[in-house]
Design a protein around this ligand. Sequence first.
Ligand SMILES: [Zn+2]
Length: 218
Amino acid sequence: MTELSDGMARLIGPWTLTVTVDNHDRQQHFPPLVDMLNGQLAPGMEGGSGGGLPSTRNILDVQSLDLLIHIQDVTRAWLQEWGVQGAGELKLDLRGFWERLNTLHNTGAMDDTTFEHLASYPDTWAAKVWDLIEPPKTVPLRRTECPKCGVDKVSNAEGESSDNLTITFRVGHEFTAECRNRECAAVWIGVTGLQDLGRSLGIKIDIDTLQEAVAQMG
Ligand SMILES: [Zn+2]
């Protein structure tokens, strides 16, 4: 059997996340991300965050539906392109996509560039599904300019201006500081990254305070 990428494994099979709480590692077990995404679409179904009363959730979560359809469409289009009969079930189709992709590459029928491009899809999808289920928490760095591009504010499509540099926390991942100026898009990853950024800015970024702030966001 072909080895699965990290994202692929989490999309189609149960997976485990190690979270550190008060300096202790704890294992959290989750169903396949595809099942969790399906669970987002109808309250009461298996998977998903499960939180909240039906009245407080959209019966049809548009973003989840869009993402699910996108994954389905892309997967099935490639299966069709390769002449592989789809299984009609997304997890099986994803597995079929992965198997054929690797076979084509291993037999020299597909070049490295195309292979790497297509093989990155499941990881991107897994990250997007997880962001919908556990939205990342962000803390803006106020009144600071990005040390790489010098931009301090960014505007959205509505022309509203907000702080450019933000610190983002995703469950199971390290803190990441991000420059939201798309032409720059600098990132600083983990405690070391944040300390580097702090040094460039001439400020001290206190990780304990950050962790408390994130915890209070619920
Ligand atoms: Zn920047």
